[in-house]
Design a protein around this ligand. Structure first.
Ligand code: GLP
Length: 241
């Protein structure tokens, strides 16, 4: 069922996403989480930290796998997704960093690092809940338009609009042009998927994704092939808003 849950504003939408994750961890403390970066996710992580401080949720037995990472950025670079995740979530909750995974953008052999990442996910038993944002051009993870449905973790080249959208995360505005990302098939292997989109800039991509059939021009439209996807939107991102 691709009927989206539409909430009044971005904070409420993010809180609803956080509650899904909290409920999962309460039921299954050793859940495998698929995590995402992007400005959209910041209030989700803020809510998770609050819930952790309130004693409502523990991450001590969880495992996590992030969707993607820039190629060539050291994990300590503030723009890397590894340092972003540490800063926004991991440093503030009871998760052991050794249980968190982000693709290795510094590997000398990215193809091998990508295969290793797929294997680590498989060895963990697969992802229970994959958290997803959506790019303005419909990308998921860093799977840009044209990405094949059967794609797995691999190196990709970022499109100009994605580089432009992500410039704000870099003090020097220099966004790496290549990344390592889970593929569309990797994402679809998760047992459940929660997509969060907020703000008017996402409305067109969301409408395209919800159209109901796979169109390679909008990678998020691949989600219609999955049996357990929850779309959580604010009113500005909702189709027809
Ligand atoms: C980035 C990330 C995606 C994210 C998307 C939207 O490029 N690789 O995982 O979902 O773009 O980002 P934002 O939430 O900042 O709009």
């Amino acid at each position: 069922d691709m009927t989206p849950l539409i909430l009044a504003n971005a904070t409420e939408a993010a809180n609803a996403v956080a509650e899904r994750i909290i409920t999962l961890l309460q039921d299954k403390p050793d859940a495998v989480l698929g995590l995402a970066t992007g400005a959209t996710m910041e209030p989700v992580y803020h809510a998770l930290i609050g819930a952790h401080r309130a004693g409502r949720v523990s991450f001590s037995r969880a495992l996590s796998f992030n969707l993607d990472e820039y190629v060539g950025l050291h994990p300590t670079h503030p723009g890397s997704y590894r340092s972003t995740m540490n800063r926004l979530l991991f440093d503030h909750v009871d998760i052991d960093l050794s249980r968190t995974h982000v693709p290795d953008g510094m590997a000398s052999d990215i193809e091998r690092a990508a295969a290793d990442y797929e294997q680590q996910i498989a060895e963990a038993g697969g992802i229970d809940l994959q958290l997803l944002g959506i790019g303005r051009n419909g990308h998921i993870g860093f799977n840009e338009p044209g990405s094949p449905l059967e794609s797995r973790t691999r190196q990709v080249r970022l499109h100009a609009e994605t580089l432009a959208a992500n410039r704000t995360f870099f003090a020097d505005a220099r966004v790496p042009e290549t990344a390592i990302t889970m593929g569309i098939a990797t994402i679809l292997s998760a047992r459940s998927i929660v997509v969060l989109a907020t703000g008017a800039a996402k409305q067109a991509a969301v409408a395209e994704a919800l159209a109901g059939r796979f169109d390679a021009a909008c990678p998020a439209s691949a989600l219609s092939a999955h049996g357990d996807v929850t779309w959580i939107l604010d009113s500005a991102a909702a189709p027809g808003a």
